[in-house]
Design a protein around this ligand. Sequence first.
Ligand code: 4AD
Ligand code: MG
Length: 421
Amino acid sequence: METVWIKDLPQHVGKKVVIRGWVYNLRSSGKISFLQIRDGSGFCQAVVSQPVPKITLETSVILTGTVSKHPKKEEYELQVEDLKIVQLAEEYPIGKKEHGPDFLLDQRHLWLRTPKQWAIQKIRNTICYATYEWMEKNNFTRIDAPILTPAACEGTTTLFEVPYFDLGKAFLSQSGQLYIEAAIYAHGRCYDFGPVFRAEKSKTRRHLTEFWMMDAEMAFVEHDENLKIQEELISFIVRKVLEKNQIELKILERDMEPLKKITPPFYRLTHAEVVKKIREMGGDMKADDDLGGDEETLLSKAFDKPIFVEKYPAAVKAFYMKRDPQNPNLALCADLIAPEGFGEIIGGSQREENIEVLLDRLAEHRLPRESFEWYLDLRKYGSVPHSGFGFGLERLTGWICKLEHVREAIPFPRMIYRLTP
Ligand code: 4AD
Ligand code: MG
């Protein structure tokens, strides 16, 4: 007998098959029992017309039966002939009643099984896969950046320290960017995709202390082209989710119309224009302020597509960003703000390629030159204009799934007050 995935049941109507999974709901009516089964690929109902042994929620089962189609709906059922219990589950702590977020986060190892959480992880998986696919098609080489690093990339205030043998201290990487910059001189266009760490004291719906970042870096690419690459990539990812994850988006009750609008070009506003706009909308923002969470929310509710906020005051941005030749107080950078109130999903910029200027920047940011000698070397041997960007996987997943908080976008969230399970 063939063992099949629930998602493939439509191809087996009228045939006898085996499915293996878990009972996530059950009811009986007279002599007939209806078991709701999940196997990781999808959900189906199994109808058992013979006496059923004691079964509890989350019991693991192997079922043999004939596949039938629901007379009216696009749903497929298994008419069970044989039911084998693999393990009879103990009383399951997650019930049908509403649970608070802390309880669910404590039960994260079990909460992952519920349909909404299942749908979120499936969409996260599509986002990763679509990213690899787009990168491959566009001549990017994946380069894995180290996680243990000797110095800060994004700023010294948000570093996690770890003792490192006789060498003293190491820091958990905040972004692989600097290393990916090195690799473009070998490969032209590169990206990394892995966990990064921020010892940020931010307790907001957008912050995790451990999250996944994709950093891309391109030789001979300047500011404008950097933004074009980002809008192409993001539009491709959203299109792939719409193609592959209809079932998941329905489970999440995600309105798909706003997602269908995500095509290039995205909106572009300078930081100065945003300050003006935020003030008009009643927000309180000074000319040299960074965009905070509240401003991001305001701005992103006012647009139906992602918005690039370009040319921030250089003072609020990282040391490696190139300055705008037209106004050296500004950085040639852009953050991408997702619509529908979501906020920042990408940070990026053109990079400073001149060694003298970069030395001044290191000094201004009080970063030790010794730790960056290798990075300075990149400006000595065939330096070229180059640009890059990084997206936060949980932010992207959170926006596409329209989640309240990014903690549901990662399997096991790490936040200031949470390190378990
Ligand atoms: O804007 P960030 O700090 O930029 C960088 O780290 C650059 N080195 C990236 C690059 O140019 N290669 O972080 C990039 C993205 C943000 O736009 C956001 O999506 C996400 O990473 N991010 C976080 N996600 C969850 N929790 C946090 N604490 C985050 N901090 C940043
Ligand atoms: Mg940022």
